[in-house]
Design a protein around this ligand. Sequence first.
Ligand code: LLP
Length: 404
Amino acid sequence: MKYKRKNYFVDGVKSSILAKKFSTPLYCYSYKKIRDNINDLKKNFNNLNPLICFAVKANPNKSLLSEIGKLGLGADVVSMGELMKAIKAGIKPDKIVFSGVGKTNIEIDYAIKNKILLINAESKSEILEIEKIAKNKRRKVDIGIRLNPNTDAKTLSQISTGKKENKFGVSEDTFLDLVSYVNKSKNLNLKCLSVHIGSQILDIKPYQKTLKILDKIIKKTKYNFEYIDLGGGMGINYKKGGKKLNLKKYAEDIIKFKKKYNSKIIFEPGRSIIGSAGILISKVIYIKEGGKKSFIILDAAMNDLMRPALYNAKHQIIPLIKNNSKSKKKYEFVGPICETTDKFLSTKNFQVLKEKDLVIICDVGAYGMSLSSNYNLRPKPTEILIKNSQIKIISKRQNLKDLM
Ligand code: LLP
């Protein structure tokens, strides 16, 4: 995904051709980037031989899931819909883990029926519900228990999950009680200790702290967990030259930890696999002069990409075709939706744009399309995947008729 002279290319395909052929706004993914991201994780975690389960919530497109599955990954799901989709995409149930604080009996039943690897339970009530369903089915079901390690992931408060005030997992005391409860159950098989402390984590310290806490609690339980599920959360660079998570060091710390317990490690990455592999191509509808800045009114909006409005997240915006203009302008990129937060980015030094020009919003592969909506009754955009220079439509633009 780069410029060749003035034009931006995705896996060998000129992106201006894509915009023309499929219209805008358009989500476009690079297979090569997905594969590179997966290989990067595999390389860093090579000595751990982990099971890597893609967090489907980051992007549940079936074609993408299928490609990710073929590259050897399992899936982390949080709803029946995600579980169904992962199975439909060809991911084997014995590589699927199910997280989430509010699994309903229907969802639990479906997970048990499909013999998935683990249901990671997040409360005593949920464990009782799984036990009841398992008993009715005369089954012994493999479960994990999610611990809330009370660790600050040092990320945005809205995507932090590992502090005691967050709804996720159970406290250390409850965890210890639940281990002995499940141990005595005829219908539950305790296999896993799971944690997930948050998303977009760039600082290794919260991960290191979590490992220490796990170490302490496993010693207390004296239980031999077949799996330790360390969740996802590995952050990516949304800014050129920004801070990077030291994955190599994280892997070394886990190796030290694993030596003591010899459990199989599970990861649940979403963003680090698909985030940088997606772009959103958008067209300038109008340019409106507004005092010291100009508003660039795009045809993409917060319904297509919610992260800036929801978390004040910054996604870089670049021109689809670079021009030779030396003069730069101060722009505010906004969408057409009737909300002040429908704003993507303010930039100081952008090449001079004109109406109908195309721009690229970068790193939108994770939590882009998956958080999209029909707000203002706008159809969801087309998604395409480029693989070996071949273009495949992986989700068609919604039809206005469907929304009526
Ligand atoms: N495992 C569990 C249990 C999770 O809750 C999550 C994300 C993941 C794995 C994957 O985390 P990742 O590797 O993608 O960081 N919408 C927000 C992110 C919410 C993440 C929720 N949980 C955003 O756009 O930044």
